[in-house]
Design a protein around this ligand. Sequence first.
Ligand SMILES: [Fe+2]
Ligand SMILES: [Fe+2]
Length: 481
Amino acid sequence: MTIETVDYTTKIPNNVNLAADRQVLRALEGWHPGYIDWWMNMGPQGFQEALVYLRTAVSVDPKGWAKFDYVKMPEYRWGILLAPKEEDRKIPFGRHYGEPAWQDVPGEYRAMLRRLVVIQGDTEPASVEQQRHLGKTAPSLYDMRNVFQVNVEEGRHLWAMVYILQKYFGRDGREEAVELLQRRSGSADKPRMLGAFNEATPDWLSFYMFTFFTDRDGKMQLESLAQSGFDPLSRTCRFMLTEEAHHMFVGETGVGRTVQRTCEAMRAAGIEDPYDTDRVRALGVIDLPTIQKKLNLHYSLSLDLFGSEVSTNAANSFNASLKGRFQEIKIEDDHRLEHATYPVLKLVDGEIKRVDEPALTAVNMRLRDDYTADCQRGVDRWNKVINKTGVAFKLELPHVAFHRQIGEFQNVKASPAGALVDEATWNRDVDKWLPSSADGDFIVSLMRPVYETGRFSGWIAPPRLGIDNKPGDFEYVKIAA
Ligand SMILES: [Fe+2]
Ligand SMILES: [Fe+2]
């Protein structure tokens, strides 16, 4: 394995030898001003001049790939970085299993592959748009720095996908790259492509839930694209995953710190009953049942991102060796799935039943199951935080039939426990299951910014460790640069 050094002499840092690839360099340089425009208009609002203590990818060496420094966000070095090429890499699944990985797009799969890249690419700027207001209500400079870090890296992920489009998909790819800057999260006429990426992120708990649940969908998608027979896509996704880990860290610790602060405040006030929400809220913290409702919302929205449980599209892209399963190379089977089955939860005669489906058409379901298991591990860690404080409450992932807009359960109503309920029951109980507008208003009322170094808003506990091992009073963002 050779580690290509990153070239910083061109305007666009890269390890793909752009200097010798004039055509692609010109296409990217042509796209750059539009990107900066988009960043200035749709990126973090009000902090473009601030000096932010950010990490920038400067290498793809796993031992030292990033460096930290104060940067103004519009001057962040968004680069094109691919994980090192594996010599003699073989395609690990599908019809082309065992063949040498493709260095170019196979003509027959061009449209399918472009679609996969565009869908992934579209999510990256979408989340920046969704999070653009958060700086103004940051609970600390530490948290403000974290959202900005996530934002610049999502920006880099957009660059990563645009590079693939411009290098490998000719004029079509260049047009798609332009459109990636034109769609807008939540827009009525030009929305982003996937539902969860058109939802609002009105407060910081939403942001943490989003980075925990929705960025984790991103991780699963990247993991399955990292298996791709199309080697440049595999390499680019592998490096994106390095950055993605931090986004999930921000989500998991953000929710964990919120939960911790709530429990500590309850203990200090002698409140035993987590459902005594008025008293809990009067302490200026978010009550646990409301945190559960936010969890229900973000988990169910994120499940929709996996698409239908049974899907011929998913079967086709697996079969074509374009998009594999989570940790494909660690799975022990034939990697072709021609005869295998996979159990899928389906609605059969008005009941939720487990049905064996051809494994090939159930690859979405399998990826979603792997996702759920990954989410559960995080939820278990939150519950440990609660347990430690002695508060009697347990956070739980809702049933997969709960609050779905895509797939098997889109036309039924189910409780978080997975019981099918009628419309009247749903309407009666929905405010117990999903955040109501009053819950939203309460959370928003707590979102007052704290900009002094080392201080944190009252609804969230400080982190255990600083970023880059910095001390607690470190100035992560110099607002008035
Ligand atoms: Fe991303
Ligand atoms: Fe992310």
